[in-house]
Write a protein that binds this ligand. Structure first.
Ligand SMILES: *Cc1c(COP(=O)(O)O)cnc(C)c1O
Length: 311
């Protein structure tokens, strides 16, 4: 398969790329009695991929309309969002600044090395300061010149980002090779879950959280769903597959990734999509997925982050 790069910052180019994303049927032996497919948004673009691409491009289209020249955002050392922002800034001609949690280490993570190589300016801030990232004057506190710039919150979690996830749902509706009874995806903030559910009103979208966050993922998701005006409620989350917490990789999860990849040929990232596939398989085994149904798993990308955690 040939990968094509997103070549311009327009909705029609995003749509072209999104419609070309393949759906693959997963081996029956893995999922007895259920027809399981995966949509490979990790293949949307070699550098700007997965759910982060949809959230980000909607933000960048807005930035372009506003005449912004500079994108300021924040994230951790292995952030898929930081990586995508740096790559997109390079490609579409924005200056980028990444505010990174913690001290600058002697050896940068592979993600941040890439980000610098793409031209992103990295600003390391203390954890205390980083905690204030949703404050109105966060950029002031850092002494950053915010003129002609757009600030995108961590992970692309704003209304434009949610609209990007809703756009993905419309593409799924129009390109799915069959009728899916359910769509399953990995949740961090729950924004993608809300956006996809908002756009797929007749299909239950089921989220598997990748961190222990109590009710907050569900509640955030509900708030976004309301803002997007789509449907009345989210499906209950399927919890218990956090494998020790955010970005933790248990030996069981490592083993799962290896066997899943051997059986399907589909690479997973350990932070998000591995927990999705692991959780889905466990729910199926426990009898909590109805037999005879067809299910779509969303591959939300994140493979660049594998380098730090799993090889
Ligand atoms: C960020 C991310 C998610 C989670 O998205 P939310 O909208 O925060 O729930 C899922 N998968 C991958 C690969 C991600 O990078």
């Amino acid at each position: 398969m040939t990968l094509r790069y997103l070549s311009s910052l327009t909705l029609s180019e995003l749509e072209r790329a999104a419609r070309a994303v393949p759906y693959e049927q997963l081996p029956e032996e893995l999922y007895p009695g259920v027809d399981v497919w995966i949509r490979r948004d990790d293949l949307l673009d070699p550098l700007i991929s997965g759910n982060k691409a949809y959230k980000l491009l909607f933000n960048l289209i807005e930035a372009r309309e506003q005449g912004a020249e500079k994108i300021i955002t924040c994230g951790g050392a292995w952030s898929n969002h930081i990586h995508a922002v740096a790559a997109a800034g390079r490609r579409f001609g924005f200056q980028t600044i990444g505010i990174i949690r913690g001290e600058r280490p002697k050896q940068l993570s592979a993600t941040l090395q890439d980000a610098e190589r793409f031209g992103m300016e990295l600003r390391f801030v203390t954890r205390d300061l980083y905690r204030q990232r949703s404050d109105k004057d966060f950029l002031n506190l850092l002494g950053l010149d915010a003129s002609s710039s757009l600030f995108i919150p961590e992970g692309g979690a704003n209304l434009a980002g949610a609209q990007g996830a809703k756009f993905l749902a419309r593409v799924i509706k129009e390109t799915a090779p069959l009728h899916f009874d359910q769509v399953w995806l990995a949740c961090g903030t729950g924004l993608t879950l809300a956006g996809v559910q908002a756009g797929l009103t007749d299909t239950p979208v089921i989220g598997v959280p990748v961190l222990k966050a109590g009710r907050s993922i569900f509640e955030h998701g509900m708030a976004w769903l309301k803002q997007l005006g789509g449907g009345s409620a989210l499906e209950p989350l399927r919890e218990g597959y956090e494998c020790g917490g955010y970005a933790r990789v248990s030996p069981e999860l490592s083993g799962f990734i290896r066997s899943f990849e051997r059986l399907t040929g589909v690479p997973l990232d350990p932070v998000y999509t591995a927990k999705l596939a692991f959780g889905f398989q466990a729910e199926l085994k426990a009898g909590r997925v109805t037999k005879g149904k067809s299910v779509l798993l969303l591959h939300s990308g994140g493979l660049q982050g594998r380098r730090g955690l799993f090889s």
